[in-house]
Write a new protein. Structure first.
Length: 168
């Protein structure tokens, strides 16, 4: 797998992945996104230097996963991320995507910290953060409301110094 930046030619494919039921159910925004809304988002994205969307692609250039990076500070030191992996991708694809993402964030962008959030029922996201060495920094108790229920939000952080000690 390699990472490459999102381009205009990827929009329909990543929209189909993003709108897949298995992806949407773990998103904070579970609404279906129209192609027009997606194109509008892409135009805003192109103008926003604080965001980068990277695609994990396999040897045949098939999109396997999407990694959204949001620089929370103008010096790019603090990063918030979100990610999803195409349903039915090979086992380990999410881990590969995120390891490559961490390499880029910490070694190329020279960021100090990556921050992520997981909805309490998204066990895979919680586990992958822990597997990659993230520390749980907080729980926003009953913070997210969906379908008549409230869910906790788990917050995770990984510092560059911690990342450099990991053998990923």
């Amino acid at each position: 797998m390699i990472l490459r930046e999102l381009s205009n030619t990827d929009l329909e494919e990543i929209l189909a992945i993003r709108n897949h039921d298995e992806i949407r159910k773990y998103m904070f925004n579970t609404q279906l996104i129209s192609l027009e809304q997606h194109k509008e988002w892409f135009q805003r994205y192109l103008q926003d230097n604080s965001k980068i969307t990277l695609l994990g692609v396999d040897e045949q250039a098939n999109i396997i996963g999407v990694l959204n990076i949001n620089f929370l500070t103008s010096d790019r030191k603090i990063v918030d991320w979100g990610f999803y992996v195409k349903p039915n991708s090979p086992k380990g694809s999410g881990t590969k995507l995120l390891i490559l993402g961490l390499e880029k964030i910490f070694n190329e962008y020279q960021s100090r910290k990556v921050f992520g959030q997981s909805i309490g029922f998204n066990d895979k996201s919680i586990q992958i953060h822990k597997k990659l060495g993230f520390k749980q920094e907080g729980i926003l108790r009953e913070h997210y409301h969906r379908d008549g229920k409230f869910y906790d939000i788990y917050e995770f952080g990984l510092l560059n110094t911690e990342y450099q000690r990991l053998a990923l």
